[in-house]
Write a protein of this length. Structure first.
Length: 413
């Protein structure tokens, strides 16, 4: 009997695993997956259905492999399209998704009139976007698909798309140039794709602190991540019931503290960030939580001003900084720590390659390259974290919750 080829093998896996996902969706009466405008905006399978989620991940990995084998390597390399990103930037910048009614359609002429753009340019971008299921043509007019509907309905995703296309994309374009220009030197925020793309000798945060519009855009996108990421992992990865005061360092306008205070009625949170950023905070905190969440302008590299708190919480902070700067941040807290105080880090921990599904690993590794491009920083493996923390002080004891929360709890001895 002939040995099955890889493409036949992949087709079999895809068929078997797709059936697992499809059976689950049907048997639970969930909306079927579709690009129609009224289709579900996310795959409606909960994380708790682990076998189904594993099948979903396998279909994603195998369809990509089959897709690329079917194209062949030469075509694959020729067709990694940056135009896909241009489409998202175009739709985001000109608010196209918000102009088109959900239950109707708009002609290209109407879109040109509403945006002031040339109709030929609208057509050329949207017609290509449609090949990515991003809008569709109905009776020669532009109508929504489920993908374009996300950009109409989900402010969080729109804000992430804005950061992605307006800040990260130009920085990526200059990252290899930065690696070449500054090779042989340790990475610093001032020598990155971001700094070259913006023609500045400053790092991103220093640059944004002089540009309120850009800082606001960044803060909006961080709010978008906070709204779309599952914060429940941070809630379960550490025992918040045994503590009462939390300093949310680099906590922006307070999205994490709001979740914490909501989940734990005895918790008091102090959110620290740049002055402009925390200024937004009080108006965003729901009235019933206001007595337990306060805001304070504080630079995390300066000695910590809140002395003796139970927890200093850092979510999505350390991955913005190189090892040397992370050690400085940890050390700037040491004088404020009482014995038994916790520094709780909620960041990614890079898995050993090939342990997590390729799609999840690709997302983590993309974030790693984003950190390189914007900050000259990186995502870290567990061993990298331990080295960095030990470097800051041998008095730090490291406890790691492991996946899925990946919370690192550092206790001051
Ligand atoms: C990636 S965001 C994370 C925000 C928040 N912790 C979350 O998880 O949604 C990083 C935050 O660090 C803040 N930040 C950067 N440098 C800082 C500094 N030197 N001192 C205080 N905050 C800083 C930024 O303004 C931003 O709000």
């Amino acid at each position: 009997m002939a040995i099955p080829t890889r493409i036949a093998e992949l087709a079999d896996i895809i068929a078997t695993k797709t059936k697992i996902v499809d059976d689950y969706i049907r048997s639970h009466d969930l909306p079927s997956l579709s690009f129609e405008a009224n289709g579900s905006l996310a795959v409606p399978v909960p994380e708790s259905a682990t076998e189904v989620i594993e099948a979903q991940h396998e279909v994603i990995a195998c369809t990509q492999e089959l897709n690329e084998l079917m194209k062949g390597p030469t075509e694959v390399l020729k067709t990694r399209f940056v135009a896909d990103i241009l489409e998202i930037q175009f739709v985001q910048r000109f608010g196209i998704a918000k102009l088109i009614p959900l239950d109707g359609a708009m002609s290209y002429e109407e879109l040109a009139a509403a945006t002031g753009l040339d109709m030929i340019d609208i057509k050329r971008v949207l017609k290509r976007a449609m090949l990515n299921h991003f809008f569709q043509e109905k009776d020669c007019k532009v109508a929504h698909t489920s993908t374009s509907r996300v950009m109409q309905e989900n402010e969080a995703v729109t804000n992430i798309a804005e950061l992605f296309t307006e800040e990260i994309w130009p920085s990526f374009a200059k990252t290899v140039e930065a690696l070449d220009r500054f090779k042989g030197r340790p990475h610093v925020p001032e020598e990155t794709g971001f700094s070259i793309a913006n023609n500045t000798p400053k790092g991103m945060y220093a640059f944004f602190s002089e540009s309120p519009v850009r800082m606001e855009r960044f803060a909006r996108a961080m709010g978008g991540f906070a709204a779309t990421e599952d914060f429940s992992l941070a809630l379960t990865g550490f025992d918040w019931t045994k503590v009462s005061t939390v300093v949310d360092v680099g906590g922006a306008w307070g999205p994490c503290s709001i979740e914490l205070a909501r989940a734990f009625p005895d918790l008091k949170c102090i959110v620290q960030d740049f002055e402009d950023v925390v200024a937004e905070g009080p108006s965003k905190v729901p009235a019933e939580l206001r007595s337990r969440i306060s805001f304070e302008a504080h630079n995390m590299f300066d000695p910590q001003t809140v002395v003796g708190a139970d927890v200093y919480f850092f979510r999505a902070i350390f991955h913005n900084w190189s090892d040397v700067r992370c050690v400085e941040i940890l050390r700037s807290h040491m004088d404020a720590l009482k014995p038994g105080a916790h520094i709780v880090i909620n960041d990614k921990v890079l898995a050993t390659p090939k342990v997590s599904p390729p799609w999840a690993e690709k997302k983590s590794r993309t974030m790693d390259l984003t950190m390189l491009a914007l900050f000259g920083s990186r995502e870290r493996t567990y061993e990298d974290w331990v080295d960095l923390i030990r470097e800051a002080s041998p008095r730090f004891q490291v406890n790691y919750a492991g996946p899925p929360s990946h919370i690192i709890d550092i206790v001051w001895q």
